[in-house]
Design a protein around this ligand. Structure first.
Ligand code: GLU
Length: 441
């Protein structure tokens, strides 16, 4: 860590993600001198390569705009590079390195053969028109297409990149490559190679994992009050499945504040989340404006200020602080399943783990999204599409298996389960072993 801190000063998110994994795997690493000899850790923390490129496009006023695009190809020990694209004003190499690093272990947990990658741009979708989004996606792909391919690197969505953006990106890829290579991107539309349930998969998978964790602790999700953060694709899927399983989602949030929904979110409100996302306004207050009888907007507050049984961070890294964790506990919360990537700050995780609150990390909880991307790749390679029931069954099976891996590697001498250790060690062992077997490259 000291060496990395000196080499990459200021890469806060990246150093935070690496520190968490290294702390978790320290004991097993020391039991494997062959890892040490092959310098597995030193190699694993460095991305294989990073592409950086300029993206120039023209806005609706005819003004030329310049952004920076990136693709971090982190690790290809167990499969081709795989991971989403994030369009957000705060995107930096540090953010994408942390996400690519996390993706490597997450993808290893899915049981599918996928390496880790991440990409994106500091382009800010907020306030942009549909045409501006399209022109940006096209300009971005003009550079990216040379770096990707169905057996090489397969991008997908992430924050700021959903079905619409994947459509524009794929259209430009196809024009440049002159091939109908559906396997080059996942999260595609249903009529042109997308998998049924991919949009819902991250949220559905997160709830299947949460169900397993609760069962293991002798509890049931039925009747529980749940706080979700954000209102994007991941929050949307989580709200659908949580409601289906009989829980009550009483909070969603945005950068502007929280919407409290005392009687629980309805299907109509969940559908409206899609309208809010497509508007690019980035305001959760719009929910309370549309449903004034059901939702109450509280400016400047987070979902963690609402009394609940279960907290599901679904928005952005480090969105839940130690103070938020304390407030959740004081209000009776007993479980936090991190759905966003690295959604909880280290102090919050430490507090949960030392105060009897069940906690599971994003790389296990949210892996259903990329797992279903893996299922989309399989369908594309076979030129077929499976039914929703078939995809759902496979997703459920994968989430059960991820939970089992966490239990296998995370069970402590006192019988409790450390899901952070479990997920990190399971992912690490798989990637480290593959790297060792493939020699010094
Ligand atoms: N961005 C998602 C993640 O963080 C999905 C990636 C993918 O489907 O490739 O796992």
């Amino acid at each position: 860590m000291a060496r990395l801190q000196a080499k990459y000063p200021g890469e806060k998110e990246y150093l935070q993600a690496v520190q968490e994994v290294l702390e978790s795997v320290e004991d097993v690493y020391n039991q494997h001198p062959e890892f040490e000899q092959a310098k597995i850790v030193e190699r694993m923390v460095e991305p294989d390569r990073i592409f950086t490129f300029r993206v120039t496009w023209v806005d609706d006023n005819g003004e030329v705009q310049t952004n920076t695009g990136y693709r971090v190809q982190f690790n290809s020990a167990i499969g081709p590079y795989k991971g989403g694209l994030r369009f957000h004003r705060a995107v930096t190499p540090s953010m994408l390195k942390f996400l690519g690093f996390e993706q490597t272990f997450k993808n290893a947990l899915t049981t599918l053969p996928m390496g880790g990658a991440k990409g994106g741009s500091d382009f800010d979708p907020k306030g942009k028109s549909n045409e501006e989004i399209m022109r940006f996606c096209q300009a971005f792909m003009m550079e990216l297409w040379q770096c990707i391919g169905p057996d090489q690197d397969i991008p997908a969505g992430d924050v700021g990149v959903g079905g619409r953006e994947i459509g524009y990106l794929y259209g430009m890829y196809k024009k440049l490559a002159r091939q109908y290579n559906t396997g080059v991107l996942t999260g595609k539309g249903g009529t042109w190679g997308g998998s049924i349930l991919r949009p819902e998969a991250t949220g559905f998978g997160a709830l299947y994992f949460t169900q397993n964790l609760l069962h293991k602790a002798g509890k049931d999700i039925k009747g529980m009050k749940v706080a979700v953060s954000g209102f994007g694709n991941v929050a949307w899927g989580a709200c659908i499945k949580a409601s289906e399983l009989g829980a009550k989602v009483v909070a969603i949030s945005g950068p502007d504040g929280v919407c409290e929904i005392p009687d629980g979110i309805t299907r109509e409100m969940i559908d409206y989340m899609l309208v809010m996302r497509a508007s690019n306004r980035d305001r959760v207050e719009d929910m309370a404006t549309k449903f004034p009888q059901k939702a109450r907007f509280i400016a400047g507050k987070k979902s963690w200020s609402i009394p609940v049984d279960i907290a599901l961070p679904c928005a952005f890294q480090n969105e839940l602080s130690e103070d938020d964790a304390k407030e959740l506990k004081a209000n009776g919360c007993f479980c936090c399943c991190e759905v966003s990537n690295m959604g909880c700050q280290p102090g919050a995780i430490h507090f949960f783990q030392h105060n009897g609150i069940l906690f599971a990390p994003g790389k296990a909880v949210n892996a259903g999204g990329v797992a279903t991307s893996g299922l989309e790749m399989t369908q594309n390679a076979e030129h077929i599409s499976w039914s929703g029931a078939e995809v759902d069954e496979k997703l459920h099976f994968i989430m059960d298996s991820i939970h089992e891996q966490c239990v296998k590697y995370g069970t402590q001498p006192d019988g409790s389960i450390d899901y952070v250790k479990g997920a990190n060690i399971a992912g690490f062992m798989k990637v480290a072993t593959a790297m060792l077997e493939q020699g010094t490259i």
